[in-house]
Design a protein around this ligand. Structure first.
Ligand code: SAJ
Length: 401
């Protein structure tokens, strides 16, 4: 069995490695020559604990090889980015380009799968494209959609043990895709159709965005009502069937903050709650920035000097080093712009240095600060003691006060 993975990013590469570890001959294809070169040299170009060893093994054994061009295989997997154009309209051009690259290679009996998070109907559109170019293959190849749901930092375990939803354009395609994934997935493989599988991925992440928006909305209400939102949620969750998530400084990452737009772009009339949740989570970041700026102005009036402000945390979620799409980073930048001559200490314990922010160790920043702003709930911050002599803005529940 030979499999060709189109796209060696933070999902494509680990999946190609896991497949190669389970007896499949894998060709990994990427348009970026340095990704191809590093992969063939057994060097991991993404950050994923433990994955480097596995890569070295499958490169050394020849089970995995990387190239910039696809080759004849038995199964083809589209694992390329699906970004957004300016106005929250999804861009499936990378999926289409990867599909066009493999169309000449397809033969009877082959399997074609899209893994990329995609708008509903993308798999059917790619099937039409394939059969337009290769009409003799209609009904002779298997086409399916299979989203991933791995958590960055735990990819190896989750790729193998998470259940997966597999949706074919017909029964035979679903079965063929399940056969493939059963070679390395120990989780349950759930059969459905392509549209449902596409929507399932979007639903999972949109449901989380809505839940987080509920928590963030509670935090805004409690701020006005003089209620401790952390205590409120802790108490509400004592109910056996209530599970309210945690407020934060906004929603970051390239999944939860993005996937809902695949739904709202396609169904703007129907997707009201999903759209509102996006607005609430985006507004929460602006609300936090305003709170910081107001606290700085108030400090200056009361103390006749500018405050030292510690911005605690830049990563998009606790205990990771990923700053991409981070609400904390956006808040820090906004505060710096609006208060350009204030002394702002930026803290991010999970990265050694940053090309924009000069970083300060968290203990020193907290000690020196007049105003301490907690943006990301990194575990080390929880060892800090509350200090009544400081102004503390805790947006992520470090002190639960
Ligand atoms: N957040 C809160 N409050 C919470 C939980 C999260 O403010 O109670 C914030 C985080 O700080 C972060 C954002 O939401 O900024 C997203 O956090 P996340 O914990 O959802 O992390 P992701 O985006 O890395 O992972 C999600 C997961 N999806 C679900 O939990 C439904 C993961 O399983 C997916 O595979 C991943 O998105 C993805 O790749 O789609």
């Amino acid at each position: 069995m030979k499999a060709c993975f189109m796209g060696l990013g933070y999902i494509g590469l680990p999946t190609a490695i896991i497949a190669a570890m389970h007896g499949i001959e894998v060709l990994g294809v990427d348009v970026n020559p340095s990704v191809v070169e590093k992969t063939n040299a057994g060097e991991l170009h993404i950050i994923e604990p433990g994955m480097g060893e596995h890569l070295k093994q499958v490169i050394a054994s020849g089970a995995l090889r990387a190239s910039q061009t696809p080759e004849v295989s038995d199964a083809y997997f589209m694992v390329v980015p699906t970004p957004f154009k300016g106005n929250h309209q999804p861009d499936t051009s990378f999926v289409e380009a990867a599909t066009r690259a493999v169309i000449p290679l397809l033969k009877e009996g082959d399997l074609y799968v899209i893994e990329s998070t995609s708008p509903i109907g993308t798999t059917e559109q790619m099937a039409e494209l394939i059969f337009r170019e290769r009409p003799e293959l209609k009904g002779k190849i298997f086409i399916a959609y299979c989203p991933e749901r791995v958590l960055p930092g735990n990819v190896i375990y989750e790729l193998v043990h998470n259940d997966r939803v597999i949706g074919g354009i017909d029964e035979g395609s679903t079965r063929k895709a399940i056969d493939f994934y059963s070679r390395f997935v120990k989780g349950e493989l759930h059969a459905t159709n392509a549209r449902t599988a596409e929507m399932c991925k979007l639903t999972e992440n949109s449901s989380r965005d809505v839940q987080i928006a509920f928590a963030n909305e509670l935090s805004l209400i409690c701020d006005r009502a003089g209620i401790n939102v952390w205590e409120l949620i802790r108490l509400a969750n004592k109910h056996p069937r209530v599970n309210i998530l945690q407020p934060g400084c906004g929603v970051g990452g390239h999944c939860i903050a993005v996937d809902p737009y695949f739904i709202t772009a396609a169904y703007p009339e129907e997707a009201k709650l999903i759209a509102d949740a996006r607005s609430i989570n985006n507004f929460k970041s602006e609300w936090c920035a305003e709170k910081v700026i107001n606290a700085m102005l108030r400090f200056e009036i009361e103390n006749k000097r500018k405050p030292i402000v510690a911005m605690m945390g830049v990563a998009f979620k606790p205990d990771i080093d990923d700053l991409r799409e981070s609400p904390a980073k956006a808040i820090i930048s906004k505060v710096m712009q609006r208060c350009n001559n204030a002394r702002i200490l930026v803290v991010e314990p999970n990265v050694a240095e940053h090309h924009v922010f000069k970083l300060t160790p968290y203990e020193k920043a907290y000690k020196d600060a007049d105003i301490a702003v907690f943006l990301t709930a990194h575990t080390p911050f929880k060892s800090l003691q509350w200090d009544d002599s400081k102004v503390i803005l805790d947006f992520c529940g470090i002190f639960k006060r």
